[in-house]
Design a protein around this ligand. Structure first.
Ligand SMILES: [Zn+2]
Length: 527
């Protein structure tokens, strides 16, 4: 796609698509991404909704544009389709934080009512978009809608353990391979819990927080094909890492989470018993209790044989599969216990997920730029060190930014509105674009409702940008910023300057030395 076509497609994001959704695809750049894009580009009803690809390959600078991936896709799609693909593709980068984080960055870049998540290795049916349109119409007040998943299995033999595991997706509830949620509901719960590092349980966790166990997520008619990914001999052993995620589920949702999430109970209890038997055998040997050792060894052998047979019996029973099942069945119980213990330790104090704000409001003078009293001269605008980089970090995460500023110099006649506008334009030139500017031009004596510490500007910014005040954060350098935020129901950080009054510093519940430190803490959920 040429540069001007891309700019046009970006500009079109302001226009309404047929279906008011944004397709979000986290990707690690697998070749299957091209197959998915081809399927999206050849839908029975042309896909006019924006498609946000979240490049989650590790190491990439999240602030760099994702043009490399996009250019490659544009070229390959044009070759395969013999012309322009017509998709409104956009790439953002997440830098390897895992699928939960990548999906969060993706939906925060969306502006539509719905957000449609697709995995990068699925193939939507040709009428997927057409049916998505009717699924969402029929969804009524539902929070979300799931697609149907088909897992193709070999016809000439029985499926392997790994293939049967993937086929389980067909009957799983709320898997994110094809799931559409309302964006405002995603925002209200802070999106996916990024403490789930792999594509496991993060979908069930979000579904439970959105009330899916009370029927708020409905089943749609659209369908995708989810192929079985290639796997090596040890894939089932590595999957035991999911036991750590199960501990987080239990911490967050209580003991009954398996039932509420409609997740099969699994064999964890038996894995514990098998591991205990192995421990008894080894312990008995080491301490010379030969009967205990023999008993433990016998119990372990029986339990391991039972596990192996349970996995071999439904399968093809060929040599490779039997060898794979015997080896991994011996190791799986211990691995499961190890990962569960690791998860229990790691998540023992885990609090409910908070996510990051959708909107950060920033005071101008003393927070973004050095305070020059009553400044009407663009040449005197000097950004505070590191602010540009910090703002770009927030922009890359899809967090919106707005400036909230008192400019009484306009009301008192010291500077003109045009001079103020010139200064603001210079701020944008130096610090990058903001999603909104909210300025009180009144003099202190005017009795307006917008001059901070009054909450008017903060309330207006949230309302106009469509963000719940509870998902918004204010950052300023004086007490009036913090008070205005508090009065509007918005969290606030104080970043004091040498001019900030000591009592205002003392009164601030949250403060940090720099804007960069604020963002570090916000990303840890402290806001
Ligand atoms: Zn005002």
């Amino acid at each position: 796609m040429s540069q001007d076509v891309r700019e046009r497609s970006m500009a079109e994001e302001g226009t309404r698509a047929l279906v008011d959704t944004t397709v979000v695809v986290p990707t690690v750049g697998r070749p299957s991404l091209l197959t998915l894009c081809l399927a999206l580009a050849t839908q029975s009803r042309p896909l006019d909704a924006p498609v946000v690809l979240v490049d989650d390959r590790p190491g990439a600078d999240t602030r760099a544009p994702g043009d490399g991936l996009l250019d490659g896709l544009d070229r390959q799609l044009a070759e395969r389709l013999g012309g322009p693909h017509g998709l409104r593709l956009r790439v953002v980068r997440s830098g390897g934080g895992g699928p939960a984080r990548a999906r969060n960055i993706g939906w925060r870049h969306a502006r539509s009512t719905w957000v449609s998540f697709l995995d990068d290795d699925v193939v939507p049916d040709p009428d997927w978009y057409e049916l998505l349109a009717s699924d969402l119409l029929l969804a009524g007040q539902a929070v979300g809608s799931t697609g149907r998943v088909r897992v193709p299995l070999p016809r000439d033999r029985r499926p392997t353990d790994w293939e049967r595991g993937t086929a389980g997706l067909e009957t799983s509830a709320w898997i994110t391979a094809d799931l559409t949620y309302r964006r405002d509901r995603l925002s209200a719960v802070g999106g996916f819990d990024e403490r789930f590092p792999r594509a496991f349980r993060e979908d069930a966790d979000l579904a439970l927080r959105l009330g899916a166990d009370h029927g708020t997520v409905v089943a749609g008619a659209r369908a995708i094909t989810h192929p079985v990914r290639p796997a090596d001999d040890w894939a089932s052993l590595r999957q035991q890492a999911g036991n750590a995620d199960d501990r987080l589920m239990r911490r967050l949702h209580g003991r009954g989470w398996h039932d509420r999430a409609a997740a099969p109970p699994g064999r964890f209890g038996r894995h514990v018993a098998t591991t205990a038997a192995a421990g008894l055998a080894v312990g008995g040997l080491l301490t010379g209790h030969r009967r205990a050792a023999a008993g433990g060894a016998l119990a372990w052998t029986v339990a391991t044989a039972e596990l192996a047979w349970a996995r071999i019996a439904p399968g093809p029973r060929d040599r490779d599969e039997v060898r794979r099942m015997l080896l991994t069945s011996a190791a799986i119980p211990v691995a499961a216990c190890w990962h569960a213990a690791r998860g229990a330790l790691r998540h023992r104090h885990a609090e409910p997920w908070r996510g990051v704000p959708d909107l950060v409001l920033l005071d101008r003078d003393g927070t973004l730029v050095h305070d020059v009293p009553y400044n009407g001269d663009p040449d005197l605008v000097a950004p505070i060190d590191g602010v540009r980089e910090t703002l770009d970090r927030l922009r890359a995460l899809g967090i919106r930014l707005a400036v909230v500023s008192n400019q009484s110099a306009v009301g008192t006649g010291r500077i003109t509105a045009a001079q103020m506008a010139a200064v603001n334009a210079r701020v944008e030139e130096l610090l990058g674009p903001f999603d909104g500017w909210y300025v009180c031009p009144h003099a202190p004596g005017d009795g307006c409702g917008c001059r901070k510490p009054a909450p008017g500007l903060v309330e207006r910014s949230c309302a106009e940008l469509g963000v719940d005040p509870a998902r918004c954060l204010m950052v300023g350098d004086i007490g009036a910023d913090v008070e205005a935020a508090r009065a509007a129901g918005v969290s606030a950080y104080l970043v004091p300057t040498p001019q900030t009054r000591p009592e205002e510093v003392a009164a601030a519940t949250r403060r940090a030395p720099t804007l960069g430190d604020v963002v570090d803490r916000v990303l840890e959920g402290d806001w």
